[in-house]
Design a protein around this ligand. Structure first.
Ligand code: GUN
Length: 281
């Protein structure tokens, strides 16, 4: 069965739109997110455009702060401080990757943790890791939302996560562990990946290598979540050989139309949650 992230994201966005409309009517406060975009990067430009469009769709104002690729660390820090102090801004994103001369760690952790809608701040990572999450990174959050929506059980299941990034692999592993799965994280130095993946009840793949996961690497009846976004000519494909693996898996996310649209929906959900907390104070 195909896990339809596109349809689910639409449902979530529509619910958020209704909720935001009611909140604005009640409080007269427009939710606002700020996106800091440094330098020129085509993929980042596309992502940011999609985030702005999704935010506007639900009634959130999104302001993009475009900074020159030569901007200094101090100048970026100053921008973050201003956004932290601006009460009209409820959520802050620094679009990654940043130019190499900037210290990503310092910049991300300068964002006020209660405005960190990406969930990348150390405090929010620690809260997730210790099973008391606040803002959860949008992509793994979207994965869990798909599993929950389709009633896919995680308790006692063997979940194999392929990829250990701070944005997807590690937080996905934490979330699955918090939901009582037995979790294995594999990565580029893992020996005999197939020996692990064939045992997985839930297989989450987030490495960025087209068709890394072939049908012989998947246990019959497994749930396969494909986070990859790769270019295949002028088409987009995931990390999983979809056509072959869909015959083996019980559930599988397509690319496009699976995890991708969920990521943006969950980012918007985080923004709404942050806004609600801040206007309640
Ligand atoms: N670059 C790639 N993915 C992301 C994301 O989820 N958030 C931000 N800020 N940058 C990214």
């Amino acid at each position: 069965m195909i896990l339809d992230g596109k349809a689910l994201s639409k449902k979530i966005n529509d619910q958020l739109k209704e909720e935001v409309g009611a909140l604005i009517e009640k409080t007269n406060i427009i939710p606002r997110m700020a996106i800091v975009l440094v330098g020129e990067n085509h993929a980042s430009d596309v992502y940011v455009r999609n985030k702005v469009r999704a935010a506007n769709h639900v009634g959130i104002d999104a302001k993009v702060i475009k900074l020159d690729s030569e901007v200094t660390q101090d100048q970026v820090n100053e921008v973050i401080d201003e956004l932290n102090n601006d009460k009209s801004v409820h959520g802050i994103i620094v679009q990654l990757p940043l130019p190499r001369h900037l210290n990503e760690f310092e910049i991300i952790n300068r964002i006020a943790d209660y405005k960190d809608i990406d969930g990348f701040h150390l405090l929010n990572k620690g809260r997730l890791f210790t099973g008391n999450p606040s803002f959860v990174p949008a992509t793994p959050y979207g994965i869990i939302e798909i599993l929950d929506h389709y009633g896919i059980e995680t308790l006692g299941k063997l979940a194999v996560v392929v990829g250990r990034s701070n944005i997807v692999g590690k937080p996905a592993a934490s979330l699955l562990l918090n939901k009582d799965a037995t979790v294995v994280i594999s990565h580029s130095h893992t020996k005999n990946l197939k020996a692990l993946t064939v045992q997985a009840d839930i297989l989450v793949v987030a490495v960025g290598k087209a068709k890394l996961i072939t049908a012989d690497m998947v246990k019959p009846g497994a749930v396969v979540i494909d986070v990859g976004i790769n270019r295949d000519g002028n088409k987009i494909c995931g990390d999983v050989d979809f056509e072959a693996v869909k015959e083996v898996a019980s559930y599988i996310t397509p690319v496009p139309g699976g995890v991708g649209p969920m990521t943006i929906a969950m980012l918007i959900k985080n923004t709404v949650e942050g806004y609600k907390k801040q206007i309640a104070e």
